[in-house]
Every structure is written in C-alpha cells, then in structure tokens.
Design a protein around this ligand. Structure first.
Ligand code: BTN
Length: 333
C-alpha cells in the first residue's frame, strides 16, 4: 500500500500557522492547493469539526483563533517543519495497542515508515507482558513502524539510542530531562515518566519488521493515577508543573525519532551515543540488583558496554554483563 500525500487540511494549517498572527487569503490557500476557494472552505469546515476555530476578515483572509487541546493528527503533521513526506501518521481515538496495530499493518504490507498514535489503549503492553496504563489523559501512546533490514545483533542498541534521543528532546522542549534506566525506562526522581517497547520480526538473518513503541506520560494530572501507580508514575506536566502543548511536543518527538532512526541505520549514531547515554544514565555508580529469570545479582552499576549490555561490578569484584533483565536500584549501605 502506498502512503498518501500530505492532506489539504495539513497544508492549510501549515500556511495559517506560518502566517500567525497574520491572515492568509482564501485565494492564496486555493492557489497553494491548486483547488477552488469553495473546496478550501470545505476543508476548513472539516478542521472546524475537529475543534479548530478560524477568524475570517474581509480583504485579509483567515487566521487560526483556537486549536484543539487534545491530539490532532493534522496539527501534528503541520507542526512537523521539514518533515519527510513519505512518512504517515494515523491517530486512533481508541485501539488495543499501538504496537499491535503497527505490527498488523506491517504484516498487511503497509509501506513504512509510519506511526500509529492513540488517545487511549485498551491493551497497552509493557515489557514482560505488563499492562501499560493507557487512559485518555493527555499522555502519548505512539508506535513507529520500520523495515530496517538490519542484523538482529545490532538491535540491542536500538532502544537505548532511542531513549537517549527522547531524553535530549524532552530536555530541549521542557528544560528538564528524565533519566534513563537501562534498558527502556524514562524516570523523574525514581518515578516512571515513560517506557519503550521495541518488537521485531525476523527473516532468516535480518530484521524485517520493527515496531518501536513509546508510552510517555505528558499531561496526566497529579493524583490521576490508579493506587498501584501513585508512587511509581509521573508525568512531564506533574514534574514541571506546566502542561505541555501535546501536539507540538508530539511533532517534535516524531521528528526526533525519525532522524534518530536514520542515524541508527547508517551507523552514524555511534559517534554520539555513548556521551548521550552517559549524560542521562541514572544507574551508573549506584548499587543495583539485576533480576534475570530466577537469578538476582547485586553490585554496582558500571554503565553499558559497546554492545549495549548492562554491566555491574559484583561485591566479589567480578564484572557481569546482561543483555536482558530487570534492574532495581538498591538502598545505599
Ligand atoms: C515498558 O516500560 O515496559 C514499556 C512500555 C511501552 C508502552 C508503549 S505505549 C505505546 C506502545 N503500545 C503498547 O502496547 N506498548 C507501547
């Protein structure tokens, strides 16, 4: 299936946003889109139905007067300046899991890259089959679908590289960055702000389908978590005490993930990865325990090696490496 071109709604929003706080004439919009002014007006009606309001001034044209506060696919696309037009974003009001939907669409032959975003998930999943709390509460449930044709051995680094990029993007966007807890957690003061779930389907010796899922707590309010998450989860808004412009943030995030993906595939990520990871790694130097199946091994976190394995120095002075498992921070003696 071929991805569709940029929709007229997105082009209209791009033109109006670029002119803010000025107006854009209906004639200019019609010319840009190669359609009649009546057709432009009909697309603006569709945008109104999605929650946009416009001011129309004679002899000057249109101006956006308000935008939907919740997720809006056209607005996210319009905010993606310099976007790649071969990428498409699909927003669902509700879906079982954005990772599952992305995998289904890849299996059905949809052209990659694309992303699936949902306001709410009914079967949001985390690592080890855990439930990912996915209410419609201003948070992001987002999965990217790629067909990388890479050796499976390279994939251990993928989630780590994406996590480091998401930390940096968040730092730039909200002037505060979560810490990284190997391999896939984004934390603020020990509470989880986000998690990543990378799932791949292999051909004989190559990754054929790759789904990178991200759950990021953006705008959910303090006190809005179920009891079992109350002291474990946190949102960016809760941490910074400022709600974020969700669509603008989603647009920036998508741009960053797509660029990070390209840098991963062409190998250039290796130049910056270690420095970026070390900047946000919250475990290095800390007493930790690693759980792998039935084993629990304690020691001091040393960081990661050049394959992305997590390293600890045990109390007996041995260095142990892990490419899977769950790390817990232990209390200092
Ligand atoms: C984890 O911390 O264990 C990973 C959580 C990943 C959650 C995201 S939400 C979007 C995507 N869809 C899912 O079902 N899971 C991921």
């Amino acid at each position: 299936m071929k991805s569709s071109a940029v929709s007229p709604e997105v082009v209209i929003l791009e033109e109006l946003l670029a002119a803010e706080p000025g107006h854009v004439s209906g004639t200019a919009l019609a010319k840009k889109l190669g359609m009649s002014r009546v057709a432009v007006w009909q697309y603006m009606e569709k945008l109104r139905e999605q929650g946009f309001t416009f001011e129309a001034v004679r002899a000057r044209g249109y101006r956006v007067t308000s935008k939907p506060a919740g997720l809006n696919a056209a607005l996210i696309q319009a905010y993606r300046h310099g976007r790649k037009d071969d990428f498409t974003l699909q927003l669902f009001d509700e879906i079982d899991s954005t990772n599952d939907e992305a995998a289904r669409q890849l299996a059905a032959g949809r052209e990659a890259p694309f992303a699936i975003l949902a306001r709410r998930q009914t079967k949001g999943r985390g690592r080890f089959g855990r439930v990912w709390h996915s209410e419609a509460n201003g948070n992001l449930y987002l999965s990217f679908a790629f067909r990388p044709r890479l050796e499976p051995a390279r994939m251990q680094m993928f989630t780590l590289w994406m996590g480091a990029n998401i930390c940096e993007l968040t730092a730039n966007f909200c002037r505060t960055a979560p810490g990284l807890k190997w391999p896939n957690d984004l934390l603020f003061d020990g509470r989880k702000a986000g998690g990543m779930l990378t799932e791949a389907r292999m051909d004989a010796d190559q990754i054929r389908d790759l789904v990178f899922g991200l759950g990021l707590n953006v705008n959910s309010p303090a006190g809005g978590w179920p009891a079992d998450l109350a002291d474990k989860a946190v949102s960016l808004a809760e941490h910074t005490r400022h709600p974020l412009d969700l669509n603008r943030f989603a647009a920036a995030l998508i741009g960053r993930v797509l660029t990070a993906y390209d840098r991963f595939v062409d190998g250039s990520y290796q130049k910056t990865f270690a420095d970026l990871w070390n900047l946000y790694d919250v475990l290095r130097g800390q007493p930790v325990a690693v759980l792998t199946g039935t084993q629990r091994i304690a020691g001091t976190a040393l960081g990661i090696d050049d394959t992305g394995s997590f390293m600890i120095r045990t109390d007996k002075g041995r260095t142990e490496r892990f490419n899977a498992g769950e790390v817990t921070l232990e209390k200092k003696a």
